[in-house]
Design a protein around this ligand. Structure first.
Ligand code: ADP
Length: 446
């Protein structure tokens, strides 16, 4: 087993990883930027190293600083969490060259399955349906027009280097394509320093349903069922749940098998998520793979009664996966609590938390790094907490979520809590009758 694990991340996920390391008896090293000095991951880690100023390109993305921190402290493994360097093949490679185990897939797997075009080709080859679209990057407007005419409108332009729903545009007809190509390209350039775009057929009113997989070095490829992440704003997930209230058991089985076909074919190692869009007829289409742990992983942990981070660490250490997949039990829903103002177009709301009270009781899990007096810095993702509710069935989980939100108090900053309360009162949500357009159509936000 590893002697010491460095956690190359911040916020709730850094704390989440640290908790598992402690339970495994593995000492931890936190890294932090100057503005994160008072963060809980720094407080609770065995050692902590400041790696630079607030901007992430000078701290959490700065590979030499993170490697020096690992070398100085004698860490022999690095957990990257999600975001930042988690899907950076070069980082994973440099770790290997420095004799530090990157807790995640090989650089080759990240390169292959992290590349949307390659991943789609891989899935297609093993017979998994994929969203039709361009073979790779679309170079200019003329090419975009040509491909759109072939696959048929509506289409979607998407950033090749994409993530977090940025750099995406729906194009309903040819007259809109030129403007969409420019705006999506500009947005992608600003967000990812890469303006390359690709095109897909726009799946109308889809569900976003994804499969969690774990694969070790001993030929065990398991899937742990699905998460339905259809409650999204601007293509970004806000609520995730398992099981999906939409798909039949037969479709569930087929999606799991499809996910495993894909990961087996590239000899994948570690945790990963295979994302699908599902249309109203329950046809499913692969869109992308995330080669890392995801924000919404606790949903699976709650219904499968397992620790995905522990299994990631075991796999990286060359051990077998401990938790074989058992049936899902009960229902879990995760609510993302962001420091954003839902009454003002979800604009960021950083600043000092003047008062904080987390809900508790049976079936309520809070993953969070914040506390009363904590200052939410403006520099990073706005996620301040995740509330994961477990109930015996969906109805029970919804009732429990409502009572938990009554207890949840945050003062000093705006959060997405009022938005979640609205969703929990909505008939369509309660009946499980929704798709990715739910918020636009049914939740009145300014
Ligand atoms: P990102 O990597 O930015 O998260 P994804 O490819 O995972 O991008 O897509 C994010 C979301 O955007 C999906 O969950 C879905 O709501 C929407 N989306 C993406 N591709 C399509 C498509 N071809 N048709 C309809 N919706 C799509």
């Amino acid at each position: 087993m590893f002697k010491k694990i460095l956690i190359a991340n911040r916020g709730e996920i850094a704390l989440r990883i640290l908790r598992t390391c402690k339970e495994l008896g593995i000492p931890t090293v936190a890294v932090y930027s100057e503005v994160d000095r008072d963060s809980l991951h720094v407080v609770f880690a065995d050692e902590a190293v400041c790696i630079g100023p607030a901007p992430s390109n000078q701290s959490y993305l700065k590979i030499p600083s993170i490697l020096s921190a690992a070398q100085i402290t004698g860490a022999d493994a690095i957990h990257p969490g999600y975001g930042f360097l988690a899907e950076n093949a070069e980082f994973s490679e440099i770790c290997a060259d420095s004799n530090i185990k990157f807790i995640g897939p090989s650089p080759d797997s990240i390169r292959k399955m992290g590349d949307k075009a390659f991943a789609k080709e891989t899935m297609k080859k093993v017979g998994v349906p994929v969203v039709s679209g361009s073979a790779g990057v679309v170079n200019d407007v003329d090419e975009a027009k040509k491909i759109a005419a072939e696959i048929g409108y509506p289409v979607m332009l998407k950033a090749s280097a994409g993530g977090g729903g940025k750099g995406m545009r729906i194009v309903l007809e040819e007259s809109e394509i030129e403007k969409a190509f420019q705006t999506a390209g500009n947005e992608a350039g600003a967000a990812f320093s890469n303006s390359a775009l690709y095109m897909e057929k726009y799946v109308e009113n889809p569900r976003h349903i994804e499969i969690q997989v774990l694969c070790d070095q001993h030929g065990n490829f398991y899937h742990y069922g699905e998460r339905d992440c259809s409650i999204q704003r601007r293509h970004q997930k806000l609520i995730e749940e398992s099981p999906s209230p939409f798909i039949t058991n037969a479709v569930r089985t087929k999606m799991g098998e499809a996910a495993l076909l894909g990961v087996r074919s590239v000899n994948y190692e570690g945790a990963g998520t295979i994302e699908f869009l599902v249309d109203k007829h329950q046809n499913f289409y692969f869109i992308e793979m995330n080669t890392r742990i995801q924000v919404e992983h606790p949903v699976t942990e709650m219904v499968r009664n397992l620790d995905l981070i522990k299994n990631q660490i075991l796999i990286a250490a060359g051990r077998e996966i401990e938790d074989k997949p058992l049936d899902s039990r009960g229902h879990a829903i995760e609510f993302r609590i962001n420091a954003e103002d839902p009454d003002h177009n979800f604009r960021p709301s950083p600043g000092q938390i003047e008062y904080l009270h987390f809900p508790g009781g049976f079936g309520v899990r809070i993953d969070s790094h914040v506390y009363t007096d904590y200052v939410v810095p403006p520099n990073y993702d706005s996620l301040i907490a995740k509330m994961i509710i477990w109930g015996t069935d969906r109805k029970h989980a919804i009732a429990r979520a409502r009572r938990a939100f009554e207890e949840f108090q945050v003062e000093g900053i705006k959060t997405t809590i009022p938005f979640h309360k609205k969703v929990l009162e909505n008939e369509k949500f309660i009946n499980g009758d929704f798709d990715t357009s739910f918020i636009d159509k049914h939740i009145n936000i300014n």
